[in-house]
Write a new protein. Structure first.
Lengths: 234, 419
């Protein structure tokens, strides 16, 4: 599903060039649940941004479901993001003046789907994350865990090939974190490929594979023999 | 472009911060309201001042005789002279560009001694000997009967057309005016008409105290022979009377044996010139009105642009999210421009409506209080309003353009990182 070869990325700050990614090779096949770990500054966020086409690599190749991701202009990138990817952010990034339902419907709106279809699909995904009763509520009426569930529903709404989660539990307490992870595991059980950036080992243990980044390189890439089911903690 | 979904998006965004939206809208609202009001007031002033001229054809000149200042053809300087009726005929014949040449004579004056008697009542009025053409030069409303006619002139009929205050002074209420006789300086005249000045203005009282009698009857009754007191000359609309003045004077000087270079022998008042001066003043006033109004409008538009910049800044993260979810730069740009467009157009329309309301109230009050010196009927032309609206729409787009461009210049990742 994801094939990355020899990915390089550096940022220029004034006269200093900061080499953030120094040749990353990474593959993920369909249905994987991968956590990307590393201390801050290891390049994991940059890596995720490049995966998410929010940022572009300087060198290297990136194939997503066989499609080469390169030389993107903003319009095509936006289109690819909409088709291929679902984003889950640490700070949820819901639009605060839209109801839960409208937030979920956003990617569908940008896909140009009809209003009726948007509402139906969004409702379906809100049900899936257990928030059907909260459909008409604004984000500030929801708890942190609920907001992240809405965000997950939104990420799922466009039926993307890959879900990218940047510290999805970073702003949540332990119990809520596990609830969110339970949801993510369930989604993965249905076959969705999911990448999670995290620095919490217990969260990483709930994924099927852990990739460790340090100073812009993958230092180790291991399968988790028996992923912890988040449900057992809830 | 404007689908229902887009409308929803725009209205939602504008609704999300009502105070901000309101303040922005107010800037534009105020700008356009001021522009329209300024133009309306300028027009009101213009209409008011024009009304003072308005009842006399503006392409006119009044010509009278003074003392000669140069000896000519054996005649001494300091000589007094009169125009004659034959001069009028000659002017008409030689200068076809002249529409009306009205010889006039006046007896008595406004606030002068009593000169008119009817039964036991007396009054002091201005008596004018006139030709029927005069009503075409000075607009009057005939409220009863008729004005002078050419058959009056030919028959030298002793008839009179009198002002409303003459009626009030000499007649009792409900008394039949037409057909009654009044004695002007001892000569009986029959009243055939009553007039009222067409545009009620500052001269109303003087007008209302006037009496018109046929020029020929005047000459006969008051022994004026064929002397003419002064001339009221109006040119055709497509010819400037000011340009014809030299020719008129030339003919008159030749007729009256005046030295061609004698500047003082003939006096004149050039209404066209005066009017042109006032018109010029008002074109400047209009330009000033537009200028100031446009500047006010501009500041409103700058206000919108500023607020949109802040909006974009405040919504950087939202825009980042939208782009992460697949919004193309174009759709983001379109949305921001449409937001500012909707805002400027809506508030602009409200501003125009508000200004229209104020103008309506002004007109209403003016109607109630009656005549106000130098001010009447403030209006704006529809075309002006449409121009203002077009300016608004264009500026609305411009106001949205800068922030919209700014919004999509930022990489989505940077936009997302903004807290």
């Amino acid at each position: 599903m994801i094939e990355i070869k020899d990915l390089h990325k550096s940022y220029t700050m004034g006269n200093n060039s900061l080499h953030v990614l120094k040749g990353i090779n990474f593959n993920a096949s369909e249905g994987e649940l991968v956590s990307i770990m590393g201390s801050s500054g290891s390049g994991k966020s940059t890596f995720l941004n490049i995966l998410g086409m929010l940022d572009e690599a300087d060198e290297g190749s990136y194939f997503l479901d066989g499609v080469p991701i390169k030389n993107l202009n903003e319009k095509i990138a936006a289109n690819y993001r909409n088709q291929f990817l679902g984003f889950i952010f640490q700070s949820f990034n819901l639009i605060n003046y839209k109801t839960a339902l409208d937030n979920v419907a956003m990617p569908l709106y940008y896909q140009g789907k009809k209003r009726k279809e948007r509402i139906e699909k969004s409702m379906h995904y809100l049900e899936k994350v257990g928030l059907a009763d909260w459909a008409t509520h604004l984000p500030n009426e929801l708890s942190g865990g609920q907001k992240q569930r809405v965000a997950i529903a939104r990420a799922l709404a466009s039926d993307p090939k890959v879900l990218l989660a940047d510290e999805p539990t970073g702003a949540l307490d332990t119990k809520t974190s596990y609830e969110v992870m339970q949801l993510i595991q369930e989604i993965n059980d249905e076959g969705k490929t999911i990448l999670i950036v995290t620095h919490e080992p217990d969260i990483a243990q709930m994924t099927k594979r852990i990739v460790n980044l340090k100073d812009g390189l993958i230092i180790d890439d291991v399968l988790v023999p028996k992923p912890v089911r988040a449900a057992s903690h809830v | 472009m404007f689908t229902r979904d887009r409308w929803d998006e725009i209205l939602e965004a504008l609704n999300a911060n009502k105070a901000r939206t309101f303040l922005t809208a107010f800037g534009v609202f105020w700008g356009i309201a001021i522009l329209v009001l300024l133009l309306a007031l300028t027009n009101g002033l213009k209409n008011g001042v024009s009304a003072d001229f308005g009842d006399f054809a503006t392409n006119s000149v009044f010509v009278w005789t003074q003392q000669t200042s140069m000896a000519y053809k054996g005649l001494p300087k300091g000589r007094r002279f009169n125009f004659k009726l034959e001069d009028v005929a000659l002017l008409k014949e030689k200068l076809p560009a002249l529409k009306y040449v009205s010889p006039r004579n006046q007896l008595g004056g406004y606030n002068g001694a009593n000169n008119v008697v009817r039964n036991s009542k007396t009054g002091a009025f201005s008596i004018y000997g006139d030709y029927p053409d005069y009503i075409n030069q000075k607009a009057m409303d005939i409220t009863q009967g008729r004005f002078l006619s050419f058959s009056d002139i030919h028959a030298k009929r002793k008839v009179a057309v009198i002002g409303v205050d003459v009626v009030n002074n000499l007649f009792d209420k409900n008394e039949e005016v037409l057909g009654a006789y009044i004695k002007i300086s001892g000569v009986n005249f029959m009243v055939v008409g009553v007039f009222k000045a067409a545009n009620t203005n500052g001269d109303q009282e003087e007008d209302a105290n006037s009496i018109f009698i046929p020029f020929t009857a005047y000459a006969q009754a008051f022994n004026a022979s064929d002397n003419v007191g002064w001339l009221a000359i109006t040119a055709h609309d497509d010819v400037s009377i000011s340009g014809l003045k030299d020719q008129i004077f030339g003919i008159l000087k030749n007729q009256r044996a005046i030295h061609p270079d004698d500047e003082r022998a003939i006096g004149n008042f050039d209404l066209a010139k005066q009017f042109a001066r006032i018109t010029g003043l008002f074109s400047i006033l209009t330009v000033v009105g537009y200028f100031v109004g446009a500047l006010v409008l501009l500041s409103g538009v700058i206000g919108v642009s500023n607020i949109m910049l802040i909006v974009v800044k405040e919504r950087t993260q939202e825009i980042g999210v939208r782009r992460a979810l697949g919004a193309s730069p174009l759709s983001i740009k379109a949305q921001i421009i449409q937001e500012s467009l909707l805002l400027t157009i809506l508030s602009g329309l409200v501003g125009i409506s508000f200004a229209a309301l104020v103008i309506w109230v002004m007109n209403f009050v003016l109607d109630q209080v009656g005549y106000v010196e130098n001010f009447s009927n403030p209006t704006v032309e529809m075309s002006t309003v449409i121009v203002a609206l077009v300016i608004l729409v264009v500026s609305g787009i411009l106001a949205g353009l800068i922030p919209a461009t700014k919004a999509i210049q930022m990489k989505p990742i940077d936009a997302l990182r903004t807290e």
